[in-house]
Design a binder for this molecule. Structure first.
Ligand SMILES: [Fe+2]
Ligand SMILES: [Fe+2]
Length: 282
């Protein structure tokens, strides 16, 4: 008889191109048959690696819920799948459907275990350069300052927005689509909002290079944790695992990060993280 009660767990930024991170995935096991695992993006870059990691996890956990990170959306020369932008995202959604993994295109699943009921909403919102540097008046100036500082996200070269003109246009479309879906949810049931990028700017203030914040989210979602009944907001991308509270709502950064990061002395290595506190939401 299994004495351990099922948990809702979250992890992100598995970056399985790194052999040592693949070992982490190989070692991930549920502690109970009923555990769910949220995977909040940056599983890897190549479709083969992404598929391997999600399949491995889907075979072990009762439910796996994925939202894409920027790395999954890169179209690199080495990848046999050369689709770009929306077509690449849709390809990955199809891969997930084949594995039984839930995506931002599926109905939001209801967790009824400890801490529930909560609705787990994987979101794909991208970014739009509105987390600008303090002295930039617009996107162009902010981007120019990042190039000058030598702090440019690799997305600029590999994350194509096709068929949209720019990543910010894709972001706007995703925000509008997602906003409609969240507004249609029953406000009585709290939401676990899962997005690779933080929903608001505050968590990026800790970044050493503030120029990087422009690739980390959008001002358009700054009040979503208040507008929608949010139990917890789960994100990654920053590679700074920690818990913060904003307007009384708990935010969990659940990244593994690169080996050079998680091997650093003092790194918490506290993932996968239980999303809900015993006895209900805070
Ligand atoms: Fe990452
Ligand atoms: Fe990322």
């Amino acid at each position: 008889m299994n004495e351990i009660r099922p948990r809702l767990l979250a992890i992100s930024d598995l970056h399985v191109a790194h052999a040592e991170n693949r070992k982490i995935v190989e070692g991930l096991r549920p502690s109970s048959e009923g555990d769910w695992l949220i995977v909040a993006g940056d599983v890897g870059e190549s479709t083969e690696q992404i598929t391997w990691a999600l399949r491995t996890l889907a075979e072990r956990f009762a439910r796996v819920i994925w939202s894409p990170g920027n790395h999954e959306l890169w179209t690199t020369e080495q990848d046999p799948v050369q689709l770009r932008g929306v077509e690449r995202y849709e390809y990955l959604v199809d891969v997930c459907r084949g594995l039984g993994v839930l995506t931002p295109e599926d109905p939001y699943a209801l967790w009824e275990g400890d801490g529930g009921p909560v609705r787990v909403a994987p979101l794909f919102l991208l970014y739009d350069y509105t987390f600008r540097t303090p002295t930039a008046a617009d996107k162009e100036q902010s981007l120019a300052q990042a190039y000058e500082a030598g702090v440019v996200c690799t997305d600029e070269f590999f994350l194509h927005p096709d068929p949209y003109a720019g990543r910010e246009d894709w972001c706007a479309a995703r925000v509008e689509y997602t906003e409609r879906r969240l507004a249609a949810c029953d406000p009585e049931v709290p939401l676990v909002l899962v997005n690779h990028w933080p929903l608001l700017r505050e968590p990026t203030r800790i970044l050493r290079y503030q120029e990087f914040a422009q690739w980390c989210g959008t001002e358009r979602t700054a009040d979503w944790h208040l507008r929608f009944h949010t139990a917890v907001a789960v994100y990654g991308h920053l590679h700074i695992p920690r818990t913060t509270h904003h307007d009384g709502v708990r935010f969990e950064e659940v990244s593994v990060g690169y080996p050079r990061e998680w091997k650093r002395p003092g790194h918490p290595r506290n993932v996968p993280r239980p999303v809900l506190l015993p006895g209900g939401t805070p």
